[in-house]
Structures are given as C-alpha cells and as structure tokens.
Design a protein around this ligand. Structure first.
Ligand SMILES: [Zn+2]
Length: 59
C-alpha cells in the first residue's frame, strides 16, 4: 500500500493530473469548497489549503 500523499496548495481550486509515473491520469479540476481539502478521485492525493491561504478568492 502506498501512503496517501498530502499536498499543500494556496488555492481552493486545483488541477490534478496524478503527477509522473503509474499514478498519472487525465487532468481533472477539483474544488475544495468550504472544507479546505479535497481528495482526488483518480489518484487519491489529498489537497489541503495552506494555513493562511484564502479559500475561494473570486469575489
Ligand atoms: Zn489526481
């Protein structure tokens, strides 16, 4: 089993393509919404909002 990879990002909307190697997948866009984190349904990576980052931001 592979450890879940947690990636800190500065925006609540991110694109994931699984990175390089076996976990690569077509690029998908994910939106954390109000939760401040989102799990990619393809590769299982968990994206979390960096402390201090502003969620959303498109006023
Ligand atoms: Zn992914």
């Amino acid at each position: 089993m592979q450890a879940i990879e947690t990636i800190e990002v500065e925006k609540s909307k991110i694109a994931c393509d699984g990175g390089k190697g076996a976990l690569g997948h077509p690029r998908v866009f994910l939106n954390m919404g109000d939760k401040g984190q989102v799990e990619c349904p393809y590769c299982g990576r968990v994206y979390v909002l960096k402390p201090g980052a502003k969620p959303g931001g498109d006023h």
